[in-house]
Design a protein around this ligand. Structure first.
Ligand code: ADP
Ligand code: MG
Length: 723
């Protein structure tokens, strides 16, 4: 089973795309299919090859939307960048490369859609002008001429709908919305509601145009995000600087970034000073100053100065590609509500149509009044039989929420993430790197032979990425020597520390628990901070005291979380009791659990989850806590210092490591959910009311067209409201 995606260029009808998605999923070779409205992309899990699959998919799409072009990802990419296929040749199966194709194709599809949209708008505008003119003219006329003018206006507004209806009818698409609209307007002519017929068609077309426009606008906002993808890197080689595609740059290579250019890959500055605009990554508009030794992320814009950067990550692993990948897949985890609406839409239309048919004939047969009266009521049903307002506005609301969050440096993975984030009432946090800076400093060295102890410690910690390890290594380099001593056979034991070497040369670096485990007598340390004891063989050498600082924004962040309805804030840490208690007191946490081993953190989390009546978010950086992140209802990763595993496991990534953004993310999610609910209640409410009023003869076609088009437009406007 593999995953194959195609781009459906020009597919904006929410209802048709749901049908296409369903029908493609029913193809014998397809296991499942998911349509991503905002990306114009259909993802399929299949055991077929692309050559087998594509014609079948094209056939399904043509059945519902003959004007839509189905392109394979390669086709779509080749369209926009013929050179991609050319330079990479056939051997290009790599991760980075296929992504490249995917992004370009989405880009291309959107660009083409935009020009097509403009042309379509112009044509539509012209039709409206002519149609309205004919209608106004008809007001001054009587009898035959009036009738001709009205029919003319009707045809100008609706000829394409009528054509599609006839065409789809031959293909067996009876519940198709074109067919239903045609039927209801032609029906209106029959019961002598000519003006209504003309205007129902006009409003229907206006509503469709507006919805297309809304979808196009949202797709454009994705493209703005895609724009952060860098195209070239200036590779510094022995014989000069060469411009290459970022995929070709390896870890350890040196690249040059000039003023005004985007940094193409993650790395460390070797030379130069510059101000970086990181807005695309973090949503933060203040530029960040970088100099030699600073870590820089791809996707940030070099505002001034020239930088030489040692590349630390491949392009595929770099921040910018991570973000793009996340955005691409943002819609993948559809929310419960989105799935409900799709299911609902499937039964809604047939149910209303059947009701309309019954309404037209049954009462007449029972002799309850003239046929035209009941036909009139049935037509009202047909006009409101399309669930467009819901089918489009629900995913659009979620997408707008995800977009608003990502503009602020909060990446929420899918509608699912929004749903759960909106419900969070318990926040569990990791201490190191989340509540505290995560950059430790050595504040005390206690040993008889400090150099010996520091050398042994630095050798072991050199292999670790733990913030404590980095502090010790830095201290050694600043005070003893630049080059680090070597250690053999190093083992990092999560929650304890580091052990390396054998026999009498065996070195232990870690907390009191490690010393106890190994049966070594150690000093009791009262001072504040995290203690790293050092022992060699069975000999205790002394300890280092390292301290971390509570983040400046932590207190405010917790306050804001409480304001957003978080009832309980709990800290989990592997650090010792004293340090944990101090942090918990300073920040006013509801509870804390200290001295936890990595698996202990999972157990503590499971215990909190066991209560079952709350929605729990866990915030961590992924160092010793990625499994906890995956266990929580909502995993939140600190993006900048976070490990790849954390970012992968998380439902929400805070690009800036700023906890306040979690409160902001909750606010946006709550608001998004509220909009989704408003739209559902409003759309269903109005439709139900009009159906009821229609059945008893209290509604007319004007009200029906409002319930259909007016509601759709209002719902879409509501969906796109500022978050
Ligand atoms: P936290 O919950 O504070 O992020 P960790 O689980 O990362 O804690 O680590 C717990 C404890 O284990 C640390 O406070 C430290 O005492 C010890 N420890 C972990 N890794 C190391 C290391 N590389 N060197 C020394 N001590 C370590
Ligand atoms: Mg940690």
């Amino acid at each position: 089973m593999g995953k194959i995606s195609v781009i459906c260029q020009g597919l904006t009808c929410a209802d048709c795309s749901a049908k296409i998605e369903r029908e493609v999923a029913k193809l014998p070779m397809v296991e499942s299919a998911i349509w991503h409205m905002m990306q114009s992309r259909l993802d399929m899990v299949t055991d077929a090859s692309e050559e087998e699959l594509l014609p079948a998919v094209k056939e399904v799409v043509a059945k519902y939307e003959p004007d839509v072009t189905v392109l394979s990802m390669q086709e779509a990419a080749a369209h926009s960048h013929p050179h991609v296929a050319h330079t990479h040749g056939d051997g290009c199966e790599g991760h980075g490369c296929s992504c490249h194709a995917a992004h370009n194709s989405a880009l291309q599809a959107q660009q083409q859609e935009e020009t097509e949209e403009k042309a379509a708008q112009k044509k539509l505008f012209l039709r409206f002008v002519v149609g309205i003119a004919l209608f106004l003219l008809s007001l001054t006329q009587t009898d035959t001429l009036k009738a001709v003018l009205l029919v003319g206006a009707y045809l100008i507004f609706g000829y394409d709908v009528l054509l599609r209806a006839v065409r789809n009818c031959f293909k067996g698409q009876v519940f198709d919305e074109n067919f239903l609209m045609s039927l209801s307007t032609i029906g209106a002519f029959f019961i002598d509601q000519w003006t209504e017929a003309v205007f129902v068609m006009l409003f229907y077309q206006l509503g469709e145009a507006f919805q297309d426009h809304a979808v196009a606008r949202s797709r454009k906002s994705i493209r703005a995000l895609m724009d952060i993808r860098p195209d070239t890197a200036h590779l510094v080689t022995e014989d000069g600087v060469r411009s290459v595609s970022p995929e070709e740059v390896a870890v350890g290579d040196v690249i040059m970034v000039k003023a005004g250019e985007k940094i193409p890959l993650d790395g460390t500055v070797l030379e130069g000073n510059a101000l970086l605009d990181t807005a695309a990554l973090t949503g933060e508009s203040l530029p960040v100053a970088v100099q030699e030794g600073s870590e820089v992320l791809s996707g940030s814009l070099n505002q001034d100065g020239v930088l030489r950067i040692r590349v630390e990550k491949t392009f595929a692993a770099s921040a910018v590609m991570q973000i793009l990948e996340m955005v691409e897949h943002a819609a993948e985890k559809k929310s419960e509500t989105e799935r409900f609406i799709t299911r609902f839409a499937r039964v809604y239309t047939p149910a209303v149509v059947v009701a309309a048919v019954l309404l037209a004939f049954v009462p007449t047969l029972l002799g309850m009044g003239p046929f035209t009266q009941w036909l009139n009521r049935a037509l009202i049903f047909l006009v409101v039989s399309c669930p467009c307002a819901l089918v489009l506005s629900v995913p659009l609301s979620y997408f707008a929420g995800i977009g608003a969050a990502s503009a602020k440096g909060i990446l929420i993975k899918g509608g699912n993430g929004i749903d759960r984030l909106a419900q969070v009432d318990t926040v569990v946090l990791d201490k190191t790197g989340t509540l505290t800076e995560g950059t430790f400093r050595v504040i005390k060295v206690s040993a008889q032979d400090q150099t010996e102890m520091l050398t042994l410690a630095a050798a072991g910690e050199a292999v670790s990425t733990h913030p404590i390890a980095k502090a010790i290594v830095r201290y050694y380099q600043q005070n003893i020597a630049q080059t680090l001593p070597k250690a053999e056979d190093v083992h990092e034991i999560g929650g304890y520390g580091i052990v390396y070497g054998t026999g009498e040369d065996r070195v232990l670096l870690g907390n009191a628990r490690l010393m106890e485990k190994e049966g070594i007598a150690y000093d009791m340390v009262q001072e504040n901070g995290t203690v790293v004891h050092v022992a060699k063989g069975s000999r205790y050498l002394g300890y280092l005291l390292v301290a971390d600082q509570i983040r400046a924004e932590s207190a405010q962040a917790l306050q804001e979380l409480r304001k957003r309805g978080v009832k309980q804030i709990v800290m989990l840490t592997g650090d010792r009791e004293e340090t944990a208690a101090e942090v918990a007191n300073t920040l006013g946490l509801d509870a804390y659990h200290a001295q936890l081993l990595p698996q202990g953190k999972v157990a503590a989390m499971e215990k909190i989850l066991e209560k079952g009546d709350q929605t729990v978010a866990f915030v961590g950086d992924g160092i010793n806590d990625a499994p906890v992140l995956a266990t929580a209802d909502v995993g939140v990763a600190m993006g900048a210092i976070g490990t790849d595993a954390a970012i992968e496991a998380a439902d929400v990534v805070l690009m800036q490591d700023d906890l306040r953004k979690l409160a902001e993310g909750i606010r946006i999610s709550v608001k998004t959910k509220r909009i989704v609910h408003q739209n559902i209640v409003f759309a269903l409410g109005v439709k139900a009311a009009v159906l009821l009023l229609g059945a008893v003869g209290l509604a007319n076609l004007w009200l029906a067209v409002f319930a259909d088009v007016g509601v759709a437009v209002l719902a879409v406007l509501n969906a796109m409201r500022k978050k």
